[in-house]
Every structure is written in structure tokens, then in C-alpha cells.
Design a binder for this molecule. Sequence first.
Ligand SMILES: Cc1ncc(COP(=O)(O)O)c(/C=N/[C@@H]2CCCCNC2=O)c1O
Length: 439
Amino acid sequence: MTGASLYSRDEAALSALQKLRFFPLAVARGEGCYLIEEDGRRLLDLSASWGAASLGHGHPALRDAIDGALAVQAGASILSGTNAIAVELAETLLRLTPGDGDRRVWLGHSGSDANETVARVVPAATKRPRMMAFSGAYHGGTQGSMAVSGHSAQDGVAKEDGLTLVPYPDPFRPFNGDASGQALLDYIEHLLETSCPGEEVACFFMEPIQADGGLIVPPPGFLGGLAKLCARYGILTVCDEVKVGLARTGSLHCYMHEGFTPDILVLGKGLGGGLPVSAVIGPAWVMDHAPAFSMQTLHGNPVCAAAALAVLKTIGTEHLSHAARVTGDALQGHILTGAQSVPEIGDVRGRGLAVGVELVDPSTNAPDADLARKTVYRAWQLGAVFYYVGMQSNVLELTPPLTLTAQQAEEGAALLLTAVQDACAGLVSDADVAPFAGW
Ligand SMILES: Cc1ncc(COP(=O)(O)O)c(/C=N/[C@@H]2CCCCNC2=O)c1O
């Protein structure tokens, strides 16, 4: 279809089943922290495709690693034969992930297939019929990962029979009015002693920052306390760091902020720097439960494994944990300063380069989803890309490349604040956003 715009060609050729759209973004190329549209317009990418493009776009370390692996393509999988790069990736992940005892790494394509694998193998290995997770959690878009999720976007999708969902501790909208999280811990302990017997629970899925649920940072000590509670009942802790892991929050693993080490760690998105690769790191007695238990043809392919190795190495050589902490603090600081004159910004929160900006009706503190959808549309018009999350679709989520510079952080904050103010001023109409379903 010559002459038609890239976006209109997308609409004519690609299935809507896999689209979560907020504005007509059509990317011709990427360059560092910028996306470039077909007319050459440069957009500051404050999402990195929901956190996946952890090194930005076209990072030389990634390109060299992928080129090198492809040049000597050592097969296409570890399904029925191993390859050196996949083994090196697994060994590197074991080295970089604290944990006791004999452990193994499962390599997959996505956060979904990784979490689905955990949701299947842990009950099988423990012979315990129940699992627990948080309302608001998005652990994936496949049947098995949705079955242990609690996000409102997945309402109506079948849950695991033995799943118990509990509220996530949100200091901005606290459970029973207790911002410390202790009332929620007490509630969970009560469940484990009554309707959800702890000795029947195989695992507890948790995000150290609940991302799609609203970029919610739990109160200090909550997750450490939950981990102690789980240990008392022999419940395995499953830490889903698919979005906030791998240096994004200012430490290599986000759980390190919370004073506990999970039994099982799930990684994805940024692990591949934009290529599809995920990982589950856990005890050998679980991860070796049975052969051919969770397999896909291209799992552990050397090209994606090489990308992951390049990301892990670059996090070290470019000190990206430290960079994320410093740049993220600056980003939050700029937004907080500007928010003083924007009452519709009810809360600014996050760790490092995982930042949430909650939009509310200032007269009631009620979530303002309409403002969020118009803000992200306006931001795209102004030259920045970010989306919204939250059970009420009212929290702007910033998960830029870890290579974001201080200047780009300042630029991004200014664009975000202007977008909120313009949306408040009615510069985006209902008709502008009507074609985009969002979530
Ligand atoms: C904490 C967490 N765990 C697992 C997943 C699923 O990862 P995949 O989308 O790579 O299967 C995700 C995916 N999150 C969604 C992906 C769908 C669109 C909305 N934005 C996200 O970041 C996630 O945030």
C-alpha cells in the first residue's frame, strides 16, 4: 500500500488482538533514548516499550553481541541440545542472583511464559494445591500467567482454582487506612491461619514494586515481613521482577531494597534489551522437577541469550544501577517540583527509573483516568512517549532506558508536566483519544 501512512498500514495488516494503543505511534527507527517516526520526528522514549529496551535503541554492545551470535549461529534452542552462550547466560544469572543451595535457570521468551512455568511447576513440585498473589498484579498475558494475576484488565479471565488474591500495600490508598502495611500483613496472616491454610500454599507471587497495578512502592518492611510469614509456612516466595528488575530501581535486583531474598526470581523485558528472553532462577528441586515440563522450540536460542549477556555485562560496565538511581532521583525531583503547581498530580513515586505519577481529581482525590489517557496522547503530540497503568488507569508510568541522561530526564519531566497541564486545559478532545482503547 504505497502512500499510506505506516500507522494506517498497521491498521490494515496487524491484528488488534495484540494491540494496546494510546496514540498513533509508528516507529521508523530508534536511536538511544529516542524513537523516530517516518516523518523524522524524534520522540523521547520514557517507556522503552514498557521497560524492554533497557539499553535504549541500537546500543553497540547489543548489536555486536547479536551480530556475533548470528555469525556463528550455534543452533536455535536448548531444547534438544545445548549451546555455549545459553550456558554462559545461565551461569552468569546464577552468579548475579543471591540464593542458597543448588539452583537452576529456566530460559524463556517472555515474562508470561516464565510466570506460567512457575505457576505450573511449584504446585507440582511442592504437592501444595494453593497459590497467593496480589490484586493488581500483571504476571502475564497467557492463560497460565493470567490465572495467577490480579489486574483489572484481566477481569473475566479464569483464575487458578487454588488462587487467593490479597490487596497490594499502597501507601497512597492504604488498606484499612494503615499506610505502614501492618494491617495488611495481619490480614494475610489471618488468612494463612484460617481460610487459606499456609501449609497448603505452594508459593506467593509478588512484585517488589507493583508495576501495571499502578507503579506502587510498598511501605518499608512490608515485603520483608511477608517473606518471613511465608517462610514460617514453607511458602516459596516468587519475586516477579520482569519490569522493575535488572538495575532499573537503582540496585541490580529490586528485592534488594526490601531486605529479603526470594526463593524464585523471574526476569524478562529488559533482560533482552528488546529481544525476547526471560528467565526463572530457583531451587534445583523445583527447577529440575521433571524433563520436558515447560518447553518451547526456541527457548535458550543463542542470539537472544547473547543479547541478555550483553545487557548484563553492560549493566556492569556502564554502572547502570547507579545511573538509574541518580537519573531516576533527578527525574522524580523535576516532576515533584513542577507538581507543586499541578493539583491534579496526586502522587509521585517510584525507585530509580521506575516512576509513577498518579493523576486525581484534586477535589476528591478520586482517580482520573480520562486525564491520564489525554495526558499520554498530549505527550506524544509534544514529543514524548509514555503510557499509563493502574487498576483505575490513572497512573503515568515512566520506565525509560537505563541510559537516560540527566538532560533527557529534565526534558522528559518538562514534557510530562506540560502534557498534564495541556490535558487539564482541554487541549485534547474526546474525539482525539476515541480511536485508542488503552486499558
Ligand atoms: C511484572 C510483569 N510480569 C510479567 C509481565 C509479562 O511479560 P510479557 O509481556 O513479556 O509476557 C509483565 C508485563 N507487563 C505488561 C505487558 C502488557 C502491556 C502492558 N504493560 C506491561 O508492562 C509485567 O509487567
